[in-house]
Design a protein around this ligand. Structure first.
Ligand code: NOJ
Length: 735
């Protein structure tokens, strides 16, 4: 007798009245091993098998590096990086090997063994590409390297909005706009998880400055946060489905983010129906019962970073006292296991193996080629002709490599640090230069030219070199890192004087910026061209040379507004950033000043002219965009724009669609599309609009709502370079 499945067998046995033999009826010994079941079913089946001690093992990660100050050894079983959660072999539950990973697999411990990884350019470079495929490819690259190194959890997917160019971690994030940041970070996460490596969107939420990050209380109204920072998370989570969310260090409206019922339970888990788990940032847990009941599922690296290991004895006591329910403990564990199943940690365990370094370096190179932003190009100084006979290359260690940002995201790059011995030498350093020399790449690109280098330490010598050359290319840098913010927008080490001296000696001066974020450029009018290369990554030198010589046409567009000076910002003084020694850190920061009008929206509200607007970027060709064609289908606008390449080179343009809602004069980005065109080619691009950006958040009803009425739709090439408005009537709707 053949039976399709066990329940059919069971029915047949009962129907025949035969006494059931227990072993014949038993469900498969390990139902959670059945990859055909849903992640939820598998997690539910498995949680029932766990002892309480095992449950506690899964909700508490340990630091995966030795730490002398805390007498903390390297945990047995950990590969070594940011964190480790031991597995449970008797039930085939794999351990969690967690590594930082926003810009590549950070590998701080394994540098001793010579382990390296491919360093991508800044998150802002990926965001500047305005290209979801670039973001996905970067994520897949990171996930693939992680998997081959034995890691299965990446602490990657930084989507805090840029509210201030001084924030030391801007380079880890994706700019000031919720749609652009949420879309591209969501794609990075999707890329990582495509490799069966779980990704962790972070830092939830409103961790938009480093100054006083572990104490500051961010004040902002609910609608404003829902329509700004939380929207970036909402979109990134919907698109990327990360297995985990990392709650941040700061407080939000009075409660620590990692014990914030509103953020974790109400918004994330209830309104967004997030099925994964919340892990704390390293040192961001402050309680047992309160945190667990507010929605924290896993405490990270507590022995080294928290005051107590809250999710051990204190939580056990809270359970015993009934302050936390056993159902909640099971929920915490189920969420962790569910994500591990959903991403494939059980079915596709990492396997150490060779990594295709060339392919991965090519991903890093393409990311910068798509994301570097050409800000200025007078009298078509760029692209440089390959038959130039003399070029002066100056500054920023361009003979050796390109700068990277510091802190936990820092990658020990392929080829090692190109410039050793710079301060700070310890965390958030060492200051690291990825070993991709722009000088060498420029020499290779300009094969007939005499290409000479000056370090820039001596502006007089640099100016003399520039004077003799047909073109001077000056590299300037601004190192930034996790844990502190810049005091202002000025380039360090008197680099402004260097650029001014070089530009005076040779007006055919190109400036290449390697910066965290926008900086002041007092010499801007004196130089011929400026290329923002962010932190350029492991193949940055090659990408920069390709862009300068026109082998690649720049197509990056700013994901941030470039202010003229600090007076234009919502907070000209960043609370506490330059406080005198002994001054207590600021207790609060008021994000209600700009509210949801972050970046370009603030500039519009205040009628300020930035130095360069959000969305801006030049090309070596020119484009024409028609006014948008707008129709309404199912209550939503359908927008198309014809883009034509009107120049003589192939290039890519970004169609940006901004919308103005009834009764709200502030325009917001509602959709975008990047399109590559041959010279003379035209294409009509349909640009999907994100319904949340056509909506208001209704706080009372806790949902997005399209109010209905007359909406103005603009197509444009930046937040200020726009077509005439096309008015469209939309019906009221819950999207
Ligand atoms: C603190 C950082 O804020 C976070 O981004 C990182 O993932 C953890 N440290 C672990 O290194």
């Amino acid at each position: 007798m053949k039976h399709k499945n066990r329940s059919a067998l069971r029915r047949a046995i009962f129907a025949s009245g035969i006494a059931a033999c227990a072993c014949a009826l038993a469900a498969p010994a390990r139902p959670w091993s059945d990859a055909g079941q849903s992640p939820d079913a598998r997690a539910r089946a498995l949680v029932g098998q766990l002892t309480e001690a095992e449950k506690f093992q899964l909700i508490h990660g340990v630091f995966a590096q030795p730490d002398q100050a805390h007498n903390w050894p390297m945990p047995a079983g950990a590969i070594g990086s940011a964190g480790y959660v031991p597995g449970i072999p008797r039930l085939d539950i794999p351990g969690q090997q967690q590594s930082d990973a926003g810009l590549g697999v950070a590998n701080p411990v394994n540098v001793r063994t010579g382990d390296v990884a491919t360093a991508l350019p800044s998150g802002l470079a990926t965001a500047s590409s305005w290209d979801p495929q670039i973001a996905f490819a970067g994520g897949a690259m990171i996930g693939g390297e992680a998997w081959h190194k034995g890691f299965n959890v990446m602490l990657a997917g930084g989507v805090d909005l840029q509210r201030d160019p001084r924030n030391g971690r801007n380079f880890e994030y994706a700019g000031e706009d919720p749609l652009l940041a949420g879309t591209l970070v969501g794609e990075t996460i999707r890329g990582i998880q495509s490799q069966h490596v779980l990704s962790t969107v972070k830092h939830y939420a409103l961790n938009d400055q480093e100054t006083a990050r572990t104490t500051i209380d961010v004040r902002i109204g609910e609608r404003a946060m829902r329509e700004s920072d939380l929207l970036a998370f909402e979109l990134a989570i919907a698109r990327g489905r990360p297995g985990s969310v990392m709650c941040s260090y700061n407080k939000v409206n009075g409660d620590w983010a990692c014990e914030n019922d509103f953020l974790l339970n109400q918004v994330l888990k209830k309104d967004w129906r997030y099925p994964g788990f919340v892990m704390s940032d390293w040192g961001a847990t402050h309680s047992a019962a309160k945190a667990a009941n507010a929605g924290l599922d896993q405490e990270s690296a507590a022995e080294v970073f928290d005051k107590e290991v809250y999710f051990d004895a204190p939580l056990k006591q809270a359970l015993a006292r009934g302050e936390v329910s056993h159902a909640r403990l099971d929920d915490m564990v189920t969420r962790i296991l569910r994500s591990m199943f959903a991403v494939g940690l059980f079915d596709h365990p990492p396997q150490k193996g060779p990594i295709d370094a060339d392919a991965n370096l090519a991903v890093a190179q393409r990311t910068l080629e798509a994301g570097a932003v050409l800000l200025r190009n007078e009298r078509t100084l760029l692209p440089l002709a390959s038959d130039l006979h003399s070029i002066a290359v100056i500054g920023a260690h361009a003979d050796k490599g390109v700068l990277a940002g510091g802190g936990s995201s820092m990658v020990i790059p392929r080829g090692g640090n190109a410039v050793t011995g710079l301060e700070p030498a310890t965390w958030p350093g060492p200051v690291t230069y990825d070993p991709s020399s722009p000088l060498q790449a420029i020499r290779a690109a300009a094969d007939h030219a005499k290409v000479e280098f000056a370090s820039g330490d001596d502006p007089v010598a640099a100016a003399a070199l520039a004077q003799q050359a047909q073109v001077a290319v000056v590299f300037v840098q601004q190192w930034a890192a996790e844990s502190f913010d810049a005091a202002d927008l000025t380039l360090p080490n008197k680099q402004d004087a260097l650029v001014a001296a070089v530009a005076k000696a040779n007006p055919r001066t190109v400036v290449v910026l390697e910066t965290n974020s926008p900086v002041a450029m007092p010499w801007l009018d004196q130089v011929g061209a400026v290329l923002e290369a962010w932190y350029p990554g492991n193949a940055g030198g090659q990408a920069i040379a390709n862009l300068l010589f026109g082998r690649v046409n720049p197509s990056g567009r700013l994901p941030v507004t470039w202010p003229r000076d600090l007076s234009q910002l919502p907070r000209p003084q960043l609370p506490g950033a330059v406080a005198a020694p002994g001054t207590p850190p600021p207790a609060t920061v008021d994000y209600g000043i700009e509210g949801a009008d972050v970046g370009y929206r603030w500039f519009q509200r205040k009628q300020l002219q930035p130095l360069f607007p959000f969305g801006f970027g030049l090309s070596y060709t020119s484009f024409a965009q028609t006014a948008p064609q707008v129709t309404v289908r199912d209550g939503l606008p359908q927008v198309s724009v014809e883009v034509r390449n009107t120049g003589a080179r192939a290039g890519a343009d970004v169609v940006q669609i901004y919308a103005q809602l009834p009764g709200n004069p502030i325009r917001r980005l509602a959709g975008f599309a990047k399109v590559t065109l041959a010279p003379g080619q035209a294409r009509t691009v349909e640009v999907p609009l994100e319904p949340c950006l056509l909506s208001e958040f209704d706080v009372a009803k806790r949902r997005w709502i399209i109010r209905g009425g007359s909406y103005a739709i603009y197509a444009g090439r930046s937040a200020t370079d726009l077509s005439a408005a096309v008015q469209v009537k939309l019906p009221a709707k819950v999207p």
